[in-house]
Design a protein around this ligand. Structure first.
Ligand SMILES: Cc1cc2nc3c(=O)[nH]c(=O)nc-3n(C[C@H](O)[C@H](O)[C@H](O)COP(=O)(O)OP(=O)(O)OC[C@H]3O[C@@H](n4cnc5c(N)ncnc54)[C@H](O)[C@@H]3O)c2cc1C
Length: 452
């Protein structure tokens, strides 16, 4: 596909100023676009965003080398590129990935591939193999759990990123460089405005009726994307579970040298923050919240910012505790000071959708022979672009690729991987999903969980 020439003063509307949206706005201004508008329910940092969190893992062992490469670019950006570098958002604590004794061979093989990708396409110089529980404990003497039969790797090149703060830093930078932000009811997209002749998207109507017209529209609404546009089964919104334990000052100091700890199908945890918050998260299953919306069955995020009394379910709390109980049992049953469901969009194959979305319209052929034939045709050029499907692994510097997509510069392999692909829905692997209506104890607003 040939590169598209876009006037730098074209009005570009980014719908959803979370992780993908902010990164996109940042890269747009870096490329000289001077008429960029971001809309979101919330001011930056958005309380609905998956990034509204104290920490995210920054690691490179991805099964698909595309993300291994991008993860290395992101590490470089967190370390060396402004405005990230001065803000010191990245903490290079290393990450200790452990394969529990009950881990499936398939999952272990996937991880091996991720390691191989890190060596081949990035920096594998700091990877150490830990062949049994003794090697794991020799690497990290803070671990007091049994860990019998566990093995793993330590990669000193990895660590964690201050998530919410990185959105603040990006938001401030964007404002200073002329990006306009619209929040509140006029920042909440209700529906697309379409050209009555061509059906092309020409803007967005907000919840309060305000109309925002634009030359290009980028939909980066994370877990809400599927509620706003029919993705034809390519994505679903899923929640992951996280919880916080408050450590004493003495404990904070003791655990301050922890790396990120990660065990597939169990969970992961982070070194304590400056104020002693120890975050634990579950990897047991993905939650959904299926509801019929405009005649479509859609998993709609149960937004924690709009439902502030929600907590994790009993099952979710048990899931989060698993990793601490296995590695640091002295913390495993401690009271939780916070717990939440945090939503992201999962695609059928865990790859992003970064793609133009052509509007298809049909016309009927009028010859008597073909009277019943209906042909579909894409409107051209596209005005709507999709940037979503973080799939639980994308706290990354993605905006560069969204800009490349807008400018028609994505290389063929990325265009193919991230394209609009309802034709692939049938190939989808099964993931372990549980609907929140079947979980217990997360609802505290006087209604029952079954109501979702
Ligand atoms: C619990 C959890 C842990 C994770 N941990 C990691 C990790 O350790 N490492 C990692 O790399 N990745 C991690 N991820 C994945 C990563 O955080 C996400 O893939 C990424 O943040 C998704 O970004 P997004 O922009 O698509 O969505 P979001 O950041 O959620 O942004 C979507 C935005 O759209 C806005 N919006 C929604 N509806 C509308 C509307 N109608 N109008 C206007 N705006 C709207 C929302 O308010 C929100 O601000 C994790 C995700 C979760 C949920």
């Amino acid at each position: 596909m040939a590169a598209t020439s876009i006037d730098k003063s074209e009005r570009i509307l980014v719908v959803g100023a979370g992780t993908f949206g902010l990164s996109t706005a940042f890269h747009l201004v870096e490329r000289g676009y001077n008429n960029v508008i971001c809309m979101d329910r919330w001011e930056v940092p958005s309380k609905s965003s998956a990034g509204w969190d104290i920490s995210k893992i920054a690691r490179t062992e991805y099964f698909n080398p595309i993300y291994t490469r991008i993860a290395h670019e992101s590490l470089d950006a967190w370390r060396d590129v402004e405005p990230f570098a001065s803000a010191k958002l990245f903490h290079q604590t290393g990450w200790l990935h452990m394969n529990p004794s009950d881990m499936s061979t398939a999952a272990a093989e996937r991880f091996e591939r991720g390691l191989e990708n890190t060596r081949q396409y990035g920096d594998g110089s700091q990877i150490e193999y830990l062949t049994d529980e003794n090697a794991i404990k020799a690497k990290c003497s803070l671990l007091t759990g049994d860990l019998k039969g566990w093995r793993g790797i330590f990669n000193g090149n990895a660590g964690w990123v201050e998530a919410k703060r990185s959105m603040e830093v990006l938001g401030e930078y964007c404002v200073q460089h002329g990006v306009k932000f619209i929040s509140g009811p006029s920042g909440v997209m209700a529906e697309f405005i379409r050209d009555p002749q061509t059906n092309a998207v020409i803007g967005v109507q907000a919840e309060d009726g305000t109309q925002h017209h634009a030359d290009r529209i980028i939909l980066s609404a994370g877990a809400w994307s599927e509620s706003l546009l029919d993705f034809e089964g390519q994505v679903f919104s899923g929640a992951y579970e996280l919880a916080h334990i408050q450590l004493s000052e003495e404990e904070r100091e003791r655990y301050s040298s922890l790396p990120v700890l990660h065990a597939p199908n169990k969970g992961y945890c982070f070194p304590p923050t400056q104020d002693g918050i120890f975050k634990i998260a579950s990897l047991t299953y993905t939650q959904t919240n299926y509801t019929t919306l405009n005649g479509r069955l859609v998993s709609v995020p149960r937004d924690r910012s709009l439902n502030p009394t929600d907590t994790l379910s009993e099952e979710g709390i048990a899931g989060c505790r698993k990793i601490a109980q296995a590695c640091l049992p002295e913390l495993g049953d401690r009271p939780l000071v916070y717990s939440a469901m945090c939503w992201d969009t999962e695609s059928i194959d865990f790859n992003w959708i970064v793609s133009p979305q052509y509007v298809w319209f049909h016309f009927e052929l009028v010859s008597s022979v073909q009277a019943s034939a209906i042909k579909f045709s894409p409107s051209s050029p596209s005005t709507l672009y999709i940037a979503t499907a973080g799939s639980g692994h994308s706290f990354l510097v993605i905006g560069k690729y969204v800009c490349d997509c807008l400018e028609g510069k994505l290389p063929e392999n990325l265009r193919e991987t991230w394209r609009w692909r309802p034709d692939k829905v049938g190939d989808a692997p099964r993931v372990n999903r549980v609907d929140i209506k079947d979980l217990h104890g997360w609802r505290h607003d006087g209604k029952c969980e079954k109501q979702g």
